[in-house]
Design a binder for this molecule. Structure first.
Ligand SMILES: Nc1ncnc2c1ncn2[C@@H]1O[C@H](COP(=O)(O)OP(=O)(O)OP(=O)(O)O)[C@@H](O)[C@H]1O
Length: 447
């Protein structure tokens, strides 16, 4: 396998985001995943495709800074109408002709930049719901009352003159539809503005829930549901889309939580759409992702496969049962790398020590934590051949959930009989107290 590294390996600190170039080309004639074989210029072109959607930056401003930023940008005059683009009409329409988002919420058709501006209160600071590598995220209420999330790119965060290929990618993204994936409705190009319109998910990120900043704390059953939702979303991306998609940035802050405490995977900024080549084993690409979640094999070889997402998913599983961040800077050296620490507890038969202190301890929750850690151990195996597919992960999690429910049912039945027995005892004692013959015993037993 030929491989040429063009850039040195730069290792960011914990919590920082990776954005490291490689223009390696790779060949393989075995296996069943996918490979991109591109010249350096083609690779560069390809790299720019998704940078428009999300570009990884290593620093984040705080909300106050965002508000200042907003104050400067809010005064921009929006004269021409440039409308929401996505899906089929992208090619058919000239750039300034309104085009339609496929199956977006009612009201996202024919949206212009002015409409978006109005819907966000002229990008009002009060509508800011977050900030990420791509830019600022706003909550927007459309004319018909639908609520969507608007991602407004930082000005230095896109490249002009996107190639046709970019439009292909947008088309593909807009076709992705799964209950556990944040829906991509479309984007708007307007002068030097780049806007992405996505489904609004109301209840914060998974990380915020684990930190107790959102919600009332997730019980183990709820966490299991979230694991399964994420597994379904990634399985869909890997297996059931027209072209397999590798997410490349599975992490707890990219998992949005619904009001019903179910999960939706967000942020396809790093997503790679694989070319359909049944003989290929991997994509050679620049390394992107977030420290702590990054597949070490991808990091050292630049070879991206769907098993890189499986690795990140394994880290996420550990995060869900321990409540800890993948890298805990303030812990003792032996506890800094959460996955390693938790898997050592598993090996030593001390799962209870790894369990999130916020979780209730009972045999059922301990059983779940242990089984999930065992699955996580497979997911973070050092080489991709040893890791299960996402589909397999989902199947294992279903089994764990089934066992959990059965366990709970047994516990509930046991509790019920414990509650019933003293009542019967009390009644019997009352009979004795009143000197009544215990002739009703038979009836109690059969009741
Ligand atoms: N569709 C959405 N619905 C509701 N809130 C969202 C949505 N998308 C993003 N947010 C909020 O905005 C924040 C920033 O999101 P964004 O995806 O831009 O960045 P990130 O994933 O946190 O960081 P990075 O882009 O560096 O990976 C999220 O943490 C979340 O709180």
């Amino acid at each position: 396998m030929n491989q040429t590294r063009k850039s040195p390996v730069i290792r960011p600190g914990p919590g920082q985001v990776w954005n490291q170039s490689s223009s390696s080309t790779s060949n393989s004639n075995s296996g069943s995943i996918y490979v991109l074989q591109r010249s350096q210029s083609e690779q560069k072109k390809k790299r720019s495709i998704f940078s428009l959607i999300v570009r990884v930056l290593t620093c984040r401003g705080d909300i106050a800074h965002v508000a200042e930023d907003h104050a400067q940008t809010a005064s921009i005059q929006y004269s021409s109408r440039t409308s929401l683009r996505s899906s089929k009409k992208l090619y058919q329409s000239a750039s300034s002709t309104p085009s339609r988002a496929s199956d977006g919420p009612q009201g996202t058709d024919e949206l212009s930049f002015e409409d978006i501006s109005k819907a966000t209160g002229n990008f009002s600071a009060s509508n800011i719901i977050g900030q990420g590598g791509f830019g600022i995220v706003y909550k927007a209420t459309l004319k018909n009352g639908s609520v969507v999330a608007i991602k407004r790119a930082k000005k230095d965060n896109y490249e002009r003159g996107q190639p046709v290929e970019f439009k292909n990618e947008i088309q593909t993204l807009s076709k992705i539809e799964h209950l556990n994936l944040v829906r991509f409705y479309g984007y708007i190009e307007h002068g030097d503005e780049r806007i992405i319109l996505v489904e609004y998910v109301a209840n914060g990120t998974l990380r915020e829930h684990l930190d107790g900043k959102c919600g009332n704390g997730l019980e183990i059953g709820e966490r299991l549901d979230i694991m399964i939702d994420v597994a379904h979303a990634i399985t869909y991306l890997h297996t059931y889309t027209d072209q397999p998609i590798i997410h490349r940035d599975i992490k707890s802050s990219n998992i949005l939580i619904t009001d019903k405490l179910r999960a939706k995977v967000a942020d396809f900024g790093f997503a790679r759409i694989s070319v359909e080549d049944p003989t290929a084993t991997h994509i050679s690409t620049q390394v992107k992702g977030t420290a702590g979640y990054l597949d070490p094999e991808y990091l050292s070889t630049y070879q991206l496969t769907d098993r890189s997402d499986v690795y990140s998913f394994g880290v996420l599983l550990v995060e869900l049962v321990t409540g800890r961040l993948p890298i805990e800077l303030n812990k003792a050296p032996s506890e800094k790398l959460t996955t390693k620490w938790a898997l050592q507890r598993l090996k030593g038969g001390e799962v209870v020590l790894a369990m999130d202190p916020k979780l209730r301890r009972n045999p059922a929750s301990l059983m779940v934590v242990e089984k999930v850690l065992r699955l996580a151990r497979q997911c973070v195996a050092p080489t991709r051949q040893l890791r299960p597919s996402m589909k397999r992960c989902a199947e294992i999690l279903w089994r764990i959930r089934k066992d959990f429910h059965e366990h709970n049912d047994v516990m509930a039945a046991a509790n019920h009989s414990v509650q019933v027995a003293p009542q019967m005892g009390a009644i019997k004692n009352r009979r004795e107290f009143f000197g009544i013959e215990d002739s009703g015993n038979q009836r109690f037993q059969s009741a």
